[in-house]
Design a protein around this ligand. Structure first.
Ligand code: ADP
Ligand code: DP6
Ligand code: CO
Length: 327
């Protein structure tokens, strides 16, 4: 068996119909499906180096040594498939803030599984890579694909059918995305802890889970028809409904700051005035504005002017996770 150093890149993705809650902790199976867009400009690059001289896995993120944690657990799954035991050094870089609600766990684990599969000589389908990425982070299953992707919660107990699939490529509906950064620090409560706390304590959680399927149907139809207004309405509803479930947890989970809310109102005002734009917000204080082609410059200008916005990133939809040259 031969192992070799390998590298990959993957884009972060933002959900238009959110994933928030699990049906199985160990296999990291989502309680419901989700639909996302993969971004071109927010990306992770990861190199995996199998090294028989190492006693244990090593993980370096943005130049800082980290406990291998979930990275080591995903490497174990890849090694198990390859019938290998060799430890690895994993070096990864995110070109955007980590753990800040910009989906670093999504691009991070998608890049990791593509690089690790290659390092261990495994020929895996995109669906298999998606399932492996899910074990690291649920949202990562979607970043295997570019453009629009849908995560299936799966029905099997072993979770083999809990994988994402592509809906449309980036080129088929080239929406633009503006990310308003209101706080680049990492969040106090990570997505995993936040969703588990919501599941355990929020009386709105059952209503949240029960209503995801109708949002998925509406979003899927809107995407197929390129119906921006219908997608806008569904995506804003899904985001606000997810945050409502968190606010009703005990104690309530509040990821927003005043700038997040200022951006939300600014986007609503723009849309009322006829601009093709809607907002979404994940587990963090950043606001993402999804725009019709050609609208991002105007939206970026408006969001940059909101008090408390420290940076504005303008990007579009990108491709799926892919092998990259070893740096
Ligand atoms: P985010 O909103 O950024 O996805 P999460 O709370 O979901 O925040 O996940 C943050 C965790 O994701 C980090 O603590 C780290 O363990 C993991 N992570 C972030 N970037 C990477 C990466 N490039 N490779 C592997 N794991 C990563
Ligand atoms: C609010 O995928 O980061 O961004 O599976 O526990 O790693 P784990 O959680 P994660 O949660 C993402 C939550 C979200 C919504 C979404 O991306 O669908
Ligand atoms: Co995450």
């Amino acid at each position: 068996m031969s192992f070799k150093q390998a590298a990959a890149r993957a884009g972060a993705n933002i959900a238009l119909v959110k994933y928030w809650g699990k049906r199985d902790q160990r296999l990291n199976l989502p309680a419901a499906g989700s639909i996302s867009i993969t971004l071109a400009g927010l990306e992770t690059r990861t190199t995996v180096t199998p090294d028989p001289t190492l006693g244990a896995d090593e993980f370096v993120l943005d130049g800082v040594e980290q406990p291998p944690g979930r990275v080591g657990a995903v490497l174990d799954l890849v090694r198990e498939r390859a019938g290998a035991t060799v430890a690895c050094r994993v070096e990864s870089r995110n070109n955007f803030p980590t753990g800040a609600g910009l989906a670093s766990s999504a691009s991070g684990f998608a890049a990791l599984v593509v690089a690790a599969a290659q390092a261990f000589g495994l020929q895996l389908s995109e669906s298999e890579l998606s399932g492996l990425a899910r074990r690291g982070s649920g949202s990562a299953a979607r970043s295997i694909f570019g453009g629009f992707a849908e995560m299936d919660p799966g029905h099997r107990e072993n979770g083999v059918d809990a994988v994402a699939r592509p809906l449309l490529s980036a080129e088929e509906w080239p929406l633009e995305v503006v990310v308003a950064i209101t706080d680049s620090g990492s969040k106090a409560v990570g997505s995993r802890d936040g969703m588990n706390h919501t599941m355990r304590t929020s009386p709105y959680y059952p209503a949240w889970v029960e209503t995801v399927a109708e949002d998925l149907d509406a979003a899927r139809s809107a995407i197929a028809a390129r119906d921006f207004e219908a997608l806008a309405e569904t995506a804003e509803h899904s985001a606000l409904k997810m945050h409502a479930s968190m606010l009703a947890a005990r104690p309530g989970l509040v990821y927003w700051n005043p700038a997040t809310l200022a951006c939300l109102h600014a986007v609503r005002a723009l849309r009322s005035a006829g601009t093709g734009v809607f907002f979404t917000i994940d587990a963090g204080p950043q606001l993402k504005a999804v725009c019709l082609p050609g609208e991002s410059e105007r939206v970026a200008g408006l969001l940059a002017d909101q008090p408390g916005v420290s940076d504005v990133l303008v990007t579009g939809l990108g491709g799926g996770a892919a092998r990259a040259a070893v740096p």
